[in-house]
Design a protein around this ligand. Structure first.
Ligand SMILES: [Zn+2]
Length: 651
C-alpha cells in the first residue's frame, strides 16, 4: 500500500544513515537551487541520530510553499514505517551542538569526547562532552526532565566524574533550582545561520531576562563554562567564583518570626566557615524558642547592619523570617540549618523573663546610679590644659569640639576630620571611642561633656556612646531611647556652657515648629503634677532610708533640673514632646519611690508642704497606662536604617 509523506522534514544528515553531519534545507526555492549546487541532490538521509528510519531523503522545491526534505515514495509498501517525530528546523540541534561545541573546545585546547545521550526519548535528549584532562563533564540537556529524575542523574554523575557543568535547553523548575542554588544557570539555544545552526549560550539569573552570548564569546575553564555575563556578574561580586563547584546556597522555608524569640549564647564561637553564611550577613550562635515548643540551640543569620545581639536582652525575630537549610549533597555531609531574620525586637524585663531565656542579673534595687552630671548647672567652662600624657590628637579634637559647642552645632567623624585636617574618617570604632574618652578626661562634673557632640551620620548618638560614658564613669540611661534624649540634653548643656544660645543646627528645622495650644495645656498640666509630686518627694526624703533614700534624692534632683528645663522648651513643639516623655518617666520613678509604705505620721508632719489631692496618689489606671506605655517603648524595633546599637555597654 503506497504511503504519502505529508511531513515537512527540514533537517537531514549527510554521508550515510548513521552520520552525525546535520544539514537544514532552505525554505525559499532560490536558496534551494544554491543548496543543490553546493551539496548535490542525493546524499541526504533520514538519519538514525535524528530518530529517523535511515532511508534516503529527496529535496522538494516549491514556489508557493516552503521547500522541504521528503521520503521517496514507498511504492510497494515494503519499507519499515518511519517513526521520526522531530522534523522541524530545530530537529538536528543536538548534532549542531555536538559539532560546534567540539570545535569550540578544540579551539581552546580542550580535547573532549562528545557523546549523544538518550534520556528515554531519543538521541537528541542530551549531548555530553567529557574533558578527561580537567575531570569535567559538560552536559547540554536539551529535553526537559522532571526534577527528581534530573536530580538522580546529577547526583550519580557528580559522584562518578567530579564536576558536571549543566546547560539546559529550556527554562524549567531545574534552571530555577540551579539559579537559587548557585546564583545562575546556563541555557542553550540554536539560531539558523544559512544551512547551519549557530549555538548561543544564555546566562539565567534571578529577576533579569536571560542574557545570551554566542559560543565564541564564552570560555571553558576549570570553573566551568563562563559566559560574558557571568564574567561581569563575578566581577561585580554578585556570583561567587566557581560558584557551581562550591556548596549550594542554602534553601529556605518561611517561618513566623513573631512567634520565635532568640537569646545569644555568649560562650559559643561564631561559625564563619558555614555554608549558611550569606553575603551582607553574619551568623550568631544562641538559642531559639518557637512559641509553644522547646528551646533549640541554633544559629541566627542577620544583616550586617543589624546591631549584634547582646546578652542583656532576649529578641523577637522580625522582618522576613526563614529557615535556612543546606542539603547533604556529598557522601558524608550532613544537613545544616539556621534561622534567618531581617531585624530584631528587644524584649526586656517581664517580656524577656517570660520567654524562659533570660533572668534579671540583679534585683531591681541593686546598683545605685551616680548623680548625673546634668543635674548640676554647668558653670562657665574653662579649657582643661591637656595632661602631659594626653595625645596630641585628643587635644586637637578637644579644641575642635569646643568650637563645635560654641557654634551650637553637632558634628560627625567625617566633618571633624575635615575640620582638624587629620585622617580620622578611617579609624576603627574602638580607636575613636578611646579618643573621645581622652577628650573628656579628666572628668570634671562641672564641665560639659564634649563627646556627645559627635554623632553618627544619621544624626543619632554614636553606637558606642554608652561605652565612652562608662569609661568616663558618667552614669547615663541604659535604654536606647532614654540615652538619645539624655544626650540631647547634654548637647544643649554643652552649647549653653560654651556660650551658644541658639538651638542645634541639625535639629533647628524640626524644633522650629511651635507647639499647639492643646499640647501646651497638656504639658502644663504635667508640669503642675510634676511640681506637686516633687513636693511630696522632697517631703518624703528626710524619712527615707538606705538605697531608697539615695535613689529618691537623685530622682528629686533630676525632677528639679527637668522642671527648670521647661522654661527653655515650652515654645518648641519637638522639644516639648521630648520634655513631656521625660516627665512621664520621672513621674513614674517618683511614683514608685514615694509609693513605698511610709510611717502613718510622715505625711501628717507640719513640715509637709500642701499637696494637691490629684498628686497625692496617682490613680491605679494612670499608673497602669504609664507602665504599659513604657513597655511598648521597650519593645520598639531596633532601627536598622541608622545602624544604632542597643545602648548597653559593649567593649
Ligand atoms: Zn524516515
Amino acid at each position: 500500500m503506497a504511503q504519502i509523506d505529508f511531513r515537512l522534514v527540514q533537517t537531514a544528515v549527510m554521508g550515510g544513515r548513521d552520520s552525525d553531519q546535520p544539514v537544514i534545507l532552505p525554505e525559499e526555492p532560490h536558496n534551494l537551487d544554491e543548496f543543490r549546487r553546493q551539496f548535490g541532490k542525493d546524499d541526504f538521509w533520514c538519519g538514525t541520530l535524528l530518530g529517523g528510519c535511515g532511508e534516503r531523503l529527496m529535496t522538494k522545491r516549491y514556489e508557493t510553499k516552503v521547500c522541504h526534505f521528503s521520503h521517496f515514495p514507498d511504492r510497494d509498501g515494503s519499507r519499515a514505517a518511519c517513526h521520526r517525530t522531530a522534523n522541524g528546523v530545530d530537529s538536528a540541534d543536538h548534532l549542531f551542538i555536538k559539532a560546534h561545541v567540539t570545535q569550540w573546545l578544540a579551539g581552546q585546547g580542550h580535547a573532549a569526547q562528545a557523546e549523544l545521550c538518550s534520556l528515554g526519548h531519543g538521541p537528541g535528549d542530551a549531548v555530553d562532552f567529557v574533558l578527561r584532562a580537567t575531570n569535567q563533564r559538560l552536559r547540554f540537556e536539551l529535553r526537559p526532565s522532571d526534577y527528581r529524575s534530573w536530580r538522580g542523574t546529577a547526583d550519580s554523575l557528580a559522584a562518578k566524574e567530579g564536576h558536571v557543568e549543566w546547560v539546559f535547553g529550556l527554562e524549567s523548575a531545574i534552571t530555577r533550582d540551579m539559579t537559587a542554588r548557585y546564583g545562575y544557570a546556563l541555557r542553550v539555544r540554536c539560531e539558523t545561520d544559512g544551512n547551519s545552526r549557530r549555538v548561543v549560550i544564555g546566562t539565567v539569573t534571578e529577576n533579569r531576562p536571560v542574557a545570551w552570548s554566542s559560543l565564541e564569546q564564552c570560555r571553558m575553564t576549570g570553573d566551568g563554562l563562563i559566559t560574558l555575563d557571568l564574567e561581569e556578574l563575578r566581577g561585580r561580586g554578585l556570583i561567587r567564583e566557581g560558584a557551581a563547584r562550591h556548596d549550594a546556597v542554602a534553601g529556605s522555608l518561611p517561618l513566623r518570626g513573631a512567634e520565635i524569640v532568640f537569646a545569644i549564647d555568649g560562650e559559643a564561637r561564631p561559625d564563619t566557615d558555614s555554608p549558611l553564611v550569606e553575603g551582607g550577613r553574619y551568623l550568631i550562635s544562641g538559642f531559639i524558642k518557637p512559641a509553644g515548643h522547646r528551646i533549640l540551640r541554633a544559629q541566627l543569620s542577620l544583616p550586617h547592619d543589624t546591631p549584634r545581639p547582646t546578652e542583656q536582652y532576649v529578641y523577637q525575630l522580625a522582618g522576613a523570617v526563614r529557615l535556612l537549610v543546606t542539603e547533604a549533597d556529598r557522601p558524608g555531609e550532613s544537613t545544616r540549618w539556621a534561622v534567618r531574620a531581617d531585624s530584631l525586637i528587644q524584649l526586656k524585663g517581664l517580656d524577656a523573663e517570660r520567654t524562659g531565656l533570660w533572668r534579671p542579673p540583679v534585683a531591681l534595687d541593686e546598683p545605685l546610679p551616680a548623680p548625673k552630671p546634668a543635674t548640676r548647672p554647668a558653670p562657665a567652662p574653662t579649657t582643661i590644659p591637656p595632661q602631659s600624657q594626653a595625645s596630641r590628637t585628643a587635644t586637637v579634637l578637644r579644641q575642635a569640639l569646643e568650637d563645635v559647642a560654641r557654634e551650637g552645632a553637632t558634628t560627625t567623624w567625617k566633618q571633624l576630620a575635615e575640620r582638624v585636617g587629620l585622617d580620622l574618617a578611617h579609624l576603627p570604632d574602638p580607636k575613636r571611642r578611646d579618643l573621645l574618652v581622652e577628650v573628656d578626661k579628666p572628668r570634671d562634673r562641672n564641665r560639659s561633656l564634649l563627646c556627645v557632640l559627635v554623632r553618627a551620620p544619621s544624626g543619632r548618638p554614636l553606637s558606642y556612646l554608652a561605652t565612652v560614658l562608662r569609661l568616663l564613669q558618667v552614669s547615663a540611661p541604659a535604654s536606647e531611647s532614654a540615652l538619645y534624649r539624655w544626650s540631647d540634653e547634654q548637647i544643649r548643656a554643652a552649647h549653653t556652657a560654651y556660650g551658644n544660645r541658639t538651638p542645634p543646627v541639625q535639629a533647628s528645622a524640626a524644633i522650629a515648629e511651635a507647639a499647639r495650644p492643646a499640647e501646651v495645656r497638656a504639658v502644663q498640666e504635667q508640669l503642675t503634677l510634676l511640681k506637686a509630686q516633687l513636693a511630696v518627694g522632697r517631703a518624703t526624703l528626710p524619712r527615707a532610708t538606705g538605697r531608697r533614700a539615695a535613689r529618691l534624692a537623685t530622682t528629686v534632683k533630676d525632677c528639679e533640673q527637668h522642671q527648670r528645663l521647661y522654661e527653655s522648651v515650652q515654645q518648641r513643639r519637638q522639644e516639648l514632646r521630648l520634655w513631656q516623655r521625660e516627665s512621664e518617666r520621672l513621674l513614674d520613678d517618683l511614683d514608685r519611690l514615694i509609693g513605698h509604705p511610709l510611717p502613718a505620721s510622715a505625711t501628717a508632719k507640719n513640715s509637709t508642704p500642701a499637696v494637691p489631692p490629684a498628686a497625692k496618689s496617682p490613680s491605679r489606671r494612670d499608673r497602669t497606662s504609664t507602665h504599659s506605655r513604657r513597655r511598648r517603648q521597650q519593645t520598639s524595633p531596633v532601627c536598622r536604617s541608622c545602624s544604632s546599637r542597643p545602648a548597653t555597654p559593649t567593649t
